[in-house]
Design a protein around this ligand. Structure first.
Ligand code: ADE
Length: 240
């Protein structure tokens, strides 16, 4: 899978050299390319922003700079990519959306700063490629870079071959609509705290039941909205 990230802070994306994503890149499973938006800016100041029509605080990133960048980046491969734009005004990132994007051959992430990007940039791109705005949650970050890191990591671990053990993705929190049960490893006793007996007993059915119960308990305590969503989708059968 190819992923391009366009940003005015390429250094912000340095973590993509590390850990799981870094390893997947070196293994040739992911082709990640980070581009400095200023390459497409002109003038001595290489400005990428201007004040908004209609007034209001802050600055907006301009259409000509983003247009030139996206024309070149999205025209530099085979076929058309899906353009993802992190913004608090986007639809929330979910495991389901990440899984959908993981089967795409090519994603381009456009990181906005300041008050965002001139709206015509996305209208224009949408004439040639699928475009989705994506939000990490109901809070405002200083820019799209951290959100781009999150999207790349959430998507990458679902790309076949990237995780050593693909079963770990299937057992994730959210993959069944519930939060994961707590987990333990050696030593059996630590600071007077014991690993629950059932996990050491070798009865797999009992372990599954215990994990399911803890999952439900935890979800009910911290994310009752997820339980409501499961019931809305499957009715009482959600808990069989
Ligand atoms: N950019 C600024 N805030 C954001 C958020 N909450 N999610 C995605 N991108 C953002």
């Amino acid at each position: 899978m190819r992923i391009d990230v366009v940003t005015i802070f390429p250094g912000y994306l340095a973590p993509l050299d590390e850990a799981l994503v870094g390893r997947a890149r070196r293994a040739g499973l992911l082709d990640v390319r980070v581009h400095d938006l200023r390459r497409w800016a002109s003038g001595v100041h290489k400005a990428v922003d201007d004040s908004p029509y209609g007034g209001g605080p802050g600055m907006l990133m301009t259409a000509p700079v983003w247009g030139a960048a996206l024309d070149e980046v999205t025209g530099s491969g085979v076929g058309v990519p899906r353009l993802l734009v992190p913004t608090p005004a986007g639809a929330p990132l979910t495991q389901r959306r990440a899984a959908g994007w993981a089967s795409e051959p090519w994603l381009v992430l456009a990181c906005g700063r300041y008050e965002g990007i001139d709206a015509r940039v996305l209208s224009d791109a949408a004439r040639r490629m699928p475009v989705e705005e994506v939000s990490l949650g109901d809070y405002v970050l200083a820019g799209g870079e951290v959100a781009a890191l999150v999207v790349v990591e959430a998507v990458s671990r679902l790309v076949p071959g990237v995780l050593g053990n693909p079963a770990s993705a299937e057992l994730d929190s959210f993959s069944d609509g519930l939060l994961e049960a707590p987990a333990y490893t050696r030593p059996e006793r630590w600071r007077d705290l014991d690993v629950p007996d059932v996990l050491r007993g070798g009865n797999h059915a009992a372990v599954d039941r215990w994990r399911r119960d803890r999952s439900l308990e935890r979800t009910a305590a911290v994310r009752p909205d997820l339980l409501d969503a499961l019931v809305a989708r499957h009715g009482a059968a959600a808990f069989d």
